[in-house]
Design a protein around this ligand. Structure first.
Ligand code: SF4
Length: 58
C-alpha cells in the first residue's frame, strides 16, 4: 500500500497554497532549519519550497 502524505498549510501568499483547502498543492516539499534561530519552537523550521505568488491579494 502506498502512503500518501498530505501537507496542510495556511501560507496564503505562496503560489502552491490551496487556500480553499488550507493545503499545499505540491506532492513533496523541502523543510530546512531556520539558520541562527534556536527558539526551540516551530519557527526553527521553514518551508523552502515556498514561492511568492506574484498576484497575491493582501
Ligand atoms: S510550498 Fe510550502 S509554503 Fe507553499 S503551500 Fe506548500 S507547504 Fe505551504
Amino acid at each position: 500500500m502506498q502512503e500518501k502524505q498530505k501537507i496542510n498549510c495556511t501560507v496564503g501568499s505562496c503560489e502552491y497554497n490551496d487556500m480553499q483547502a488550507n493545503s499545499c498543492k505540491l506532492k513533496q516539499i523541502i523543510v530546512t532549519p531556520n539558520q541562527n534561530n534556536h527558539t526551540t519552537t516551530p519557527d526553527e523550521s521553514m518551508c523552502s519550497s515556498y514561492k511568492y505568488e506574484q498576484n497575491h491579494q493582501h
